[in-house]
Write a protein that binds this ligand. Sequence first.
Ligand code: HEC
Ligand code: HEC
Length: 275
Amino acid sequence: MRVFKILALFMAIALLLISSPDFISAQDEDAEYDDAAYEALLEKGKEYYNARCEACHGADGDGKGFVDIIRVSEKNGRVLEIYPRDFTVGVYKFRSTATGCLPDDKDLMGTVKRGITKSLMPPQDNISSEETEAVVEYVKSFSERYEEEDPCDQISVADPPVWVASEKSIEKGKKIYKDMKCWECHGDLGKGDGPKSNDITDDWGKRLLPFNFVTGELKRGSTAENVYMTFTAGLDGTGMPSYQDTLNEEDRWHLVSYTLKLMGLTESDKKTASH
Ligand code: HEC
Ligand code: HEC
């Protein structure tokens, strides 16, 4: 804690120096405005982060907060941990951008607001849009990737076709699930117990199990669009690949039908799409 305090003091002094009138007058006017606005946003983000996120994600964003391991469980004789993310790596699961890309700001804002209940990250119900923007900007500042790379284009998702979750589409999706080898990790019946399921280590060096569709509630939210986006963009850092180049749009929606069936969500879908 002491080290952090000294560091914070150092940063505060550095900030004061940078924003002193002499320093600013040396820069051109646009840059002066942008830099000051950005620093103010970061400062706001830091304030929110320190109050709501630091306990888990750590003052330096390295995932080593006060609660560095949230929950430990055991499955098949292996230890599984739920642990906060290290932001310094700059790798994100819940993106709407191609695999290997940085997420769009909207992806991060969505995650922050929604929380990841399955991973025990709380939702931020009363956060304002300005605070959301600020805290996301602060989270991004922990990783050098943001200085080096630009975010990629967003993958667009159309409204689900009316036939999603119909018997016929589920049958087609079942075949795609088999052909695309989702079962190698997720298991024949989607219980997360495929032949590769016991050997997955994530990019942060921890063991991770594939999603169990049967008891499943998606980490990013369980709508048809979210399932579609998950296997289209992939879950970077988890070994779960992107199928953006290997499945056409129609087949993707059939696959959504089948996974919704595995998740027991087709009945309600049928009702909303009734015709
Ligand atoms: C109780 C602990 C806890 C708190 C508090 C918390 N988080 Fe998290 N956060 C987690 C865990 C655990 C993960 C990893 C989830 C996973 O990979 O399944 C995570 C992951 C994330 C991710 C990565 C999502 C992705 O796409 O990979 C972001 C961004 C994030 N948190 C932002 C925040 C922000 C901002 C706050 C404060 C407003 C916050 N978190 C508060 C536990 C927490
Ligand atoms: C190499 C192993 C592997 C393959 C192949 C694989 N997945 Fe996954 N998948 C995973 C892992 C691991 C997770 C869990 C990630 C986590 O919890 O952070 C996951 C999670 C998911 C999730 C839940 C995401 C969330 O938000 O919780 C869905 C949906 C999913 N996979 C669908 C599929 C589909 C459909 C296919 C085939 C087209 C597929 N996966 C192929 C490993 C795999």
